[in-house]
Design a protein around this ligand. Structure first.
Ligand code: ZN
Ligand code: MN
Length: 147
């Protein structure tokens, strides 16, 4: 994981450079995304901040996440069931391991992916722009529960 404080500072810098206002709500959303514990969805970010910002709407959270995504500061993981999840800690493409039971998403530590992109490019002649690599399975905790 990237140092969440470093990611927070980098996202704030990107917002400033794009003349975006740094409201307390926006900074609170950035703080959660800089950590991206478990790759939250918009509803989870909203729930986490509702106590501190009772007047903030779900739409506000959504708009902020989309803004950060457009600045390249948040990676969006879309799924066929419509549940988008977000990673502001590592905003660049990277592999994920997803539990099909509890929907937990974690970042495995893999060093081989750069080589894989190079290999795919060489093999196909494509200029590779991005990639998506998801592993689906059952996490330790869910296996424990099923025993
Ligand atoms: Zn699980
Ligand atoms: Mn991730």
């Amino acid at each position: 994981m990237t140092d969440p404080q470093k990611r927070f500072d980098a996202i704030v810098k990107a917002l400033k450079e794009n003349n975006q206002r740094l409201t307390p709500q926006r900074l609170a959303i950035v703080r959660i995304l800089a950590h991206s514990d478990g790759h939250p969805n918009v509803e989870e970010i909203y729930e986490a901040l509702r106590g501190d910002f009772p007047t903030m709407s779900l739409a506000t959270v959504y708009r902020n996440v989309i803004l950060l995504k457009s600045l390249g500061e948040v990676l969006e993981l879309g799924f066929p069931d419509g549940g988008n999840r977000y990673d502001g800690n590592k905003p660049y493409p990277h592999p994920h391991v997803i539990c099909v039971r509890c929907k937990k998403i974690i970042d495995p530590d893999l060093a081989t992916l750069k080589d894989m992109t190079t290999e795919v490019a060489e093999e196909t002649g494509f200029r590779i722009l991005t990639h998506r690599l998801d592993f689906f399975g059952i996490c330790l905790e869910c296996m424990e529960k099923e025993r």
